[in-house]
Design a protein around this ligand. Sequence first.
Ligand SMILES: Nc1ncnc2c1ncn2[C@@H]1O[C@H](COP(=O)(O)OP(=O)(O)OP(=O)(O)O)[C@@H](O)[C@H]1O
Ligand SMILES: [Mg+2]
Length: 342
Amino acid sequence: MAHVLAVANQKGGVAKTTSVSSLGAALSELGRRVLLVDLDPQACLTFSLGLDPDTLELSVHDVLLGRLSAGIVIARTSDGMDLLPATIELAGCEAVLLSRTGREHALRLALAEVIDAYDFVLVDCPPSLGVLTINGLTAADEVIVPLQCETLSHRGVGQLLDTVHDVQRLTNPGLGVRGVLPTLFDGRTAHCRAVLADVSARYDIAVLTPPIARSVRFAEAPGTGRSILSTARRSKGAEAYRAHARAIAEVSGAEVSGAELSGAQVSGAQVSGAEVSGAGAAHARFAGVAVELARESGPLEPGPLEPGPLASGPLEAVPLEAGALEAVRGGQVPVGVNGARG
Ligand SMILES: Nc1ncnc2c1ncn2[C@@H]1O[C@H](COP(=O)(O)OP(=O)(O)OP(=O)(O)O)[C@@H](O)[C@H]1O
Ligand SMILES: [Mg+2]
């Protein structure tokens, strides 16, 4: 069964989508079977991996509303990962879900039928704490929080962690916090390091290393329909994401469950300095200013959750027809199957 990672931060433009596509490609390079889920109506992940959201017939929207099984909507990307793509219709889906019982579980239920076909599922959450992000967190074993190191960044982390705690309490007790991933990082400024040290100490949260340095290479990749792992293979950014992917793959390889990783084990206070433990060499946990990074929907409603329309009835996997993915890659778009852009 796949290990599900949600990449979430309600702040916009902190490299959630970039992290999902880059980690996904890096895990794929390691030979892992990877599914990416675009849970953002902006559909940037979908676009950046070569599909045109404006022409897609089927998307994650149909899956969340229980109209289609995930298997029929999933498309293969050029970088080797599979993708459950999004379109702008997902914005409307949010409103429909809100009126449904069990709405927080729509993604988890939808993934149940395909989850055994993958080693990792990475969910790209939108920049909000609404029902879509709650769905991502409810379906996940762990959450990664990309963080751009600016003044006030910490406020967003606090709000997100409040939501994570609500999810742990109400819909997904097994959800763990893998840590904060420093993105758009400028190691030359003491400010970046100070922000990270503050966030780590304030929220008792791990900071994942290496940080992802700011680089123009990242801005270039989405237009090509490939991740930076393909467009700038040997760049520092690509190598940094590979280091994180190795650490993630290592954890999964050791068959450490999400529940085991959650809570106290992933805590900044537990490990001081830049000491490395458990989750792998690339993921140092540290607290306070000893860190040496220069080196390199509104609140959930309380009450019982009942299975709603989305949960009723058996979920049936609808496999892609033989040759469909190859045809997509070849540019022939079969009816009913999502095709590659351009
Ligand atoms: N390390 C980096 N260096 C430079 N630019 C980057 C880096 N990472 C991401 N970017 C660029 O920053 C912009 C925002 O990144 P991205 O879309 O991944 O953020 P996001 O958190 O998903 O945004 P949103 O909240 O809108 O979904 C993009 O133009 C992306 O190419
Ligand atoms: Mg995004």
